[in-house]
Write a protein that binds this ligand. Structure first.
Ligand SMILES: NC(=O)c1ccc[n+]([C@@H]2O[C@H](COP(=O)([O-])OP(=O)(O)OC[C@H]3O[C@@H](n4cnc5c(N)ncnc54)[C@H](O)[C@@H]3O)[C@@H](O)[C@H]2O)c1
Length: 442
């Protein structure tokens, strides 16, 4: 190409392709399509047909925006030949034994390689650890394309930092970390992201640095939440309300404002395992991170055990008790059920022969059944309860006044026998105390 990729994009002489159109890829494609020509490629044909019909299966706010955009949605990899700026944002989960699973990344790299044209730039956004882009992905692309990285095409890494289902911190509103294999590619990549990212771009000196940024910023959150979880247990044993402590702590100018909770999902709950794996490979100590991860992994059992203790304290028959769980997604107002810690909570309750009844209007019932073997019950069809565990603070649950909540328990119970575990503290301490319910929160 005689002109740079950025110039070719803005003058309409080439296209940008997004490979992987999930929670991250779809908003990226939508934003770029406001300014330049975009191809949206995904191997999931069901997803492609849904997008063509303006249906956002992720429920992350894409509806309406999809039909207003001019993305060429396709599952035909050959279309990628029309693009010279290719963004790859496919899943990077962990395996059963919590090792990084690069299957999708390898497959996508192969597809990109098979359809790569000379002069292209390939940018990875998937979360990985230092070295993966250059040592794993680049060689696969080289092999599949027969084109030499650095000579025929270039590579970069720009981690995605969106907060799933957050309508305020959206892709254009978050500073973008950018990196390229050399000064020329880094400059081109930065110019391309500057087209859409209003919050600005932050160039780092190498791809490995950018990879470290992402995996470390998420691991930092993981460790901080783990410490809050530990504090919550200390407060509990001391009969001190954790939230009262944290609210008071947060009056200090340098307080960090982390909350205790169940750490699930595709990012925080997974990314630390990538960093742990990397640190192990280079023989670095990870006592803080490893222990933090363990604390967070055990929180679901801790909550389940607490529910059992509360029920036994008021002589409930565990096998007969009606235990309702509100929310199964990994976070509020979001449909994503991957790595849901509520599933762990349910599994632990089952070890006590409790069969909880689970509701979640955000989650796809079929997906929940398939992934966890849990049958969701619509909220309005829930039976009256002995114990309610509010596991996820969806806005619909937040809108339920405590006076209404009290009526959702079995009629024959005294308020003191009605058990509430308000994991996300959606009610204030004052409301909880006034309700007369037997309550517990982290
Ligand atoms: N979800 C988030 O909020 C978030 C935030 C920051 C970073 N990330 C990172 O972004 C990456 C993607 O996450 P996501 O949440 O968008 O995942 P996702 O599962 O929602 O979407 C990934 C998409 O990639 C598609 N895909 C899988 N293999 C493919 C292939 N070989 N070729 C083309 N498409 C393929 C899937 O069909 C799916 O539609 C991960 O590395 C994740 O850690 C996610």
């Amino acid at each position: 190409m005689s002109q740079g990729v950025y110039q070719a994009l803005v003058s309409g002489n080439t296209k940008l392709a997004v490979v992987g159109l999930g929670y991250v890829g779809l908003p990226v494609a939508i934003e770029f399509s406001k300014y330049i020509q975009v191809i949206g490629f995904d191997i999931d044909q069901k997803r492609i047909s849904a997008y063509r019909n303006d249906i956002d299966l992720t429920k992350a706010g894409g509806e309406g925006k999809i039909s207003n955009s001019v993305i060429e949605f396709t599952s035909d990899p050959v279309k990628l030949k029309e693009a010279q700026f290719i963004i790859v944002v496919v899943p990077t989960p962990t395996t059963e034994d919590r090792s990084p699973d690069f299957t999708a990344l390898e497959q996508a790299s192969r597809t990109v390689g098979e359809n790569l044209t000379i002069g292209s730039i390939v940018v990875f956004e998937s979360t990985v650890y230092p070295g993966v882009t250059e040592d794993l992905c680049a060689p696969i692309i080289e092999q599949a394309s027969g084109l030499k990285c650095g000579i025929d095409w270039k590579i970069g890494y720009c981690p995605e930092r969106i907060n799933p289902c957050d309508q305020i911190h959206t892709f254009p509103m978050i500073c973008k970390i950018v990196s390229g294999m050399d000064r020329e590619s880094a400059g081109e990549i930065q110019k391309v992201y500057n087209i859409v990212v209003k919050a600005g771009t932050h160039l780092v000196s190498s791809i490995r640095t950018a990879e470290a940024v992402k995996v470390m910023e998420n691991s930092q959150r993981d460790v901080n939440i783990a410490f809050m979880n530990e504090c919550s247990k200390i407060c509990d044993k001391s009969h001190i309300d954790t939230y009262e402590v944290f609210t008071a702590m947060n009056t200090k100018w340098n307080a960090l404002n982390f909350q205790p909770g169940l750490v699930g999902g595709h990012c925080i709950g997974e990314d630390s395992y990538y960093l742990l794996d990397y640190a192990k490979k280079i023989a670095c100590d990870t006592s803080v991170l490893s222990h933090g991860r363990l604390v967070n992994e055990n929180m679901a059992s801790y909550v389940a055990d607490r529910a059992v203790k509360e029920m036994l304290a008021v002589q409930k028959d565990l096998k007969q008790a009606s235990v309702l769980i509100w929310g199964v997604t990994f976070k509020e107002n979001c449909s994503d059920i991957r790595n849901s810690k509520v599933a762990d909570l349910i599994a632990r309750l089952r070890t006590y022969q409790i069969e909880p009844i689970v509701t979640d209007g955000w989650a796809d019932p079929e997906a929940v059944q398939e992934m966890y073997g849990i049958k969701l019950v619509p909220f309005e069809k829930l039976p009256l309860a002995d114990c309610i565990i509010i596991a996820v603070s969806h806005r619909e649950y937040r809108s339920i006044a405590i006076e209404q909540l009290v009526k959702l328990y079995k009629n024959n119970l005294q308020n003191a026998e009605k058990i509430l575990l308000d994991i996300k503290s959606i009610y204030s301490l004052k409301e909880l105390a006034a309700s007369g319910l037997r309550f517990w929160r982290l």
